[in-house]
Design a binder for this molecule. Structure first.
Ligand code: DGL
Length: 263
């Protein structure tokens, strides 16, 4: 797409951000869009804070030189936790981040036992700790479990289906033993396995993911803008071995998807 066209950037380490992009497309928010997956360094949730900050700032700087970015969606909880503030300090366009939906979970939970599944990076972040400090009172019981291994397994589905279930089972058991009635999905990859998650819980639990809320924020940020209706998506991946681009293309629900070279 031409470099003066205002674009909306959607960024994640891999496939997870497509859960956000597809929602944006379904809501008919007008692009064009660039979807950037830094799959070479996936899973971000197991990288250090310093690495993620350096890497994401570098990618944004290159993208900003090449494109007229109108708005960026950090379709990744881990990136939001570590880099959102620095990015907001560096760029004038709206930068929309995401965080685990602790606040909505507190509203929904009847028995006050709340499960949170997120990447280790998100859980260890200061941003997550302050979110908990801000909204969670003593009467709530938070069961926080890092989803180590899940992102890689989700990326490798269907081949990794069995490993995924074996990884999920003990985590779900911990949640069930604690009697949670609400589970917060704190990683954009996890909505891709919502069926598997639901099938493993013996009781009906409420699942909270913040996709909808993030898309609302984007819509509000763009309200004043007048784009021609455009649902084109250009996809950039940092490692195209094993036809990673094709894998992403299959998941994105847009009529026109093109591969472009990683910056
Ligand atoms: N999808 C990302 C998130 O929401 C990160 C996944 C990863 O690469 O660990 O946290």
């Amino acid at each position: 797409m031409d470099q003066d066209t205002p674009v909306i950037l959607v960024f994640d380490s891999g496939l997870g951000g497509t859960t956000i992009l597809n929602h944006i497309l379904a809501r008919k928010i007008s692009g064009p869009f660039i979807y950037v997956a830094d799959n070479k360094f996936l899973p971000y949730g197991q990288q250090t804070k310093e690495f993620i900050q350096e890497r994401v700032l570098e990618i944004f700087s290159k993208l900003n030189q090449k494109y007229a970015i109108k708005s960026a969606v950090l379709a990744c909880n881990t990136v939001t936790a570590y880099v959102a503030e620095q990015l907001r300090g560096s760029y004038n366009f709206p930068i929309i981040g995401m965080e685990p939906g602790i606040k909505p979970a507190i509203k929904v939970s009847k028995n006050k036992n709340i499960g949170i599944l997120a990447t280790e990076g998100t859980i260890k972040s200061l941003r997550f700790t302050s979110l908990v400090d801000q909204f969670v009172s003593k009467e709530h019981n938070l069961i926080i479990i890092p989803g180590n291994g899940l992102v890689e397994e989700i990326e490798n589905l269907p081949d990794s289906a069995e490993d995924l279930l074996n990884n999920l089972k003990p985590k779900i058991k911990q949640f069930e033993d604690a009697g949670i009635d609400v589970l917060v999905l704190g990683c954009t990859h996890y909505p891709l396995i919502i069926k598997q998650l639901k099938s493993l819980f013996s009781n009906n639990i409420e699942i909270i993911d913040t996709t909808e809320a993030v898309v609302n924020v984007l819509e509000n940020a763009l309200k004043a803008e007048c784009f021609p209706n455009n649902q084109e998506v250009d996809v950039m991946v940092s490692d195209n071995s094993n036809s990673y681009y094709e894998k992403i293309r299959k998941v994105i629900q847009a009529a026109s998807i093109k591969q472009i070279k990683f910056i």
